[in-house]
Design a protein around this ligand. Structure first.
Ligand code: DUC
Ligand code: ZN
Ligand code: ZN
Length: 452
């Protein structure tokens, strides 16, 4: 039988194991896995890994922050960078205006994304304080394909504990999946005010105003409220051991609590904030990047399975935007780029060092995010799954830099980092969108994933 395309002679890596086999594609799907398969087009993957396309369920493309500041990657440049790094599915966010219905806000966000995306994407629905009066709309948002709901304990979108309770109940009642930004906002505000009043305005006071212990407190409180309500909960961007411990303790009790961390917490330390001028402002993100001991603890947590996935929280701002906060660290737009380097860099630092197995790498970057977020047909290599596939060259060396990365931003926190292992070819629903590292996809070819 002739297939449309066969990837031959590679080592297939899934969350469950790795083995030598050919993968055959018919149309948009994986049609067969076996030996000596033949296709109209054949790609030789000898000496390379064949992995599922990576899945990043936490990204912020063209996210408006107010006062004309907007995250620098739009849905085209951001998804192109994702594809070049082996990521074939993302989940971004809907943030309704106070007067807007959830479904209208979803339609508006789709209108921004649909013409630009080069890979498939989903959207989380944000439940901010204005949405507490609209919780009867949660079933309609769910029906419209937004089955996960973003809750904040910080920023303007933050919910107080009573609102958190109501939001979690509404998400529970539709069988949805809540995801949360957990930090203790009152304590952060108090520490920021104290530091600024004392003339401590430099970026190094950003992490010192957002203590790890208080991220742990907020995560623990959110977990306790979710357990009381009886709903799963996913903790976004875990930066420290204090949160890992809360998640682990909950899971030991059998609670459906999960957590993710991100490259900025795995590759950087808080010394980055000591750099002079705007350089120290560039890595500002929240939660902040912390000490080496916290970074080490996160790698250990991934290795032991105490954190379930790695996402990016990709949210780049330009140097000029970051410079707005020089003189007051609390005004620096928060967010860093990582979408292109995540999958290969985790291979390099995680797998090549022996901290993670090949299976753990694929599980944390592809399979678990797809499964938990309800991305059917994504994140695994199995018959009937979408042919979202990466031919990954473990020998290819790359120096990360604004010269070699494709994110639409004039800096990277990983400038000069030399890694080994990079996607050679990337398929999205059977179409080759990256070949020998060159991007071939078209804007608008990606699809909104209507999750169920
Ligand atoms: N923190 C967030 O919570 N979201 C966007 C970027 C950031 O730093
Ligand atoms: Zn967040
Ligand atoms: Zn985020």
């Amino acid at each position: 039988m002739n297939y449309d395309l066969v990837i031959k002679n590679g080592t297939i890596v899934t969350a469950a194991g790795h083995y030598q086999a050919d993968v055959a594609v018919r149309g948009e799907r994986i049609a067969a896995i076996g030996q000596d398969l033949q296709g109209h087009r054949e790609l030789d993957a000898r000496g390379k890994y064949v992995t599922p396309g990576a899945v990043d369920i936490h990204v912020h493309m063209q996210m408006p922050l107010g006062e004309g500041v907007i995250s620098a990657d739009d849905f085209f440049t951001g998804t192109r960078a994702a594809a070049l790094g082996g990521t074939t599915t993302i989940i971004d966010f809907v943030e309704p205006e106070p007067e807007q219905s959830m479904v209208d806000a979803l339609a508006a966000r789709r209108a921004e994304a649909d013409p630009k995306v080069v890979i498939d994407y989903g959207l989380h629905m944000t439940i901010g304080p204005a949405e507490i009066a609209k919780l009867e709309q949660v079933p309609a948002a769910y029906e419209a394909g937004c089955t996960s709901f973003k809750l904040y304990m910080a920023y303007g979108f933050r919910l107080n504990d009573g609102e958190l309770l109501q939001a979690l109940e509404a998400v529970r009642d539709v069988g949805g999946w809540p995801v949360i930004h957990a930090e203790n906002w009152d304590i952060i505000q108090t520490l920021i005010a104290r530091n600024l009043a004392a003339g401590r305005t430099e970026p190094r006071w950003h992490p010192r105003s957002r203590p790890a212990a208080m991220e742990g407190e907020a995560a623990g409180r959110a977990i306790d409220i979710a357990a009381y309500v009886g709903v799963p909960l996913h903790i976004f961007h875990v930066s420290c051991q204090a949160v890992v411990e809360r998640i682990h303790a909950a899971r030991e009790q059998g609670l459906p609590i999960t957590g993710e961390t991100c490259p900025q917490y795995l590759f950087l330390t808080w010394d980055a904030y000591d750099a002079p001028g705007v350089e120290g402002a560039l890595p500002v993100c929240s939660p902040p990047i912390r000490e080496q001991a916290e970074q080490d603890a996160l790698w250990q947590a991934l290795s032991r399975g105490h954190l379930q996935m790695i996402t990016t929280d990709h949210c780049p701002f330009t140097r000029a935007d970051k410079a707005r906060g020089l003189g007051d660290f609390s005004q620096i737009p928060g967010g860093v780029p990582s979408i292109e380097m995540r999958f290969p860099a985790i291979y390099w630092r995680g797998v090549r060092s022996g901290l993670l197995s090949l299976e753990q790498w694929v599980n944390a970057c592809c399979t678990t995010p797809a499964r938990l977020a309800g991305l059917e047909g994504k994140g695994d290599i199995a018959i009937g799954y979408d042919a979202d596939l990466v031919i990954f060259d473990p020998d290819q060396r790359r120096t990360l830099s604004t010269e070699t990365l494709h994110e639409n931003v004039d800096w990277t926190p990983y400038e000069g980092l030399e890694i080994q292992g990079w996607p050679h070819t990337v398929l999205s629903r059977g179409e080759i969108i990256v070949e020998k590292g060159d991007f071939l996809g078209e804007p608008g070819r990606g699809r909104f994933i209507h999750r169920q």
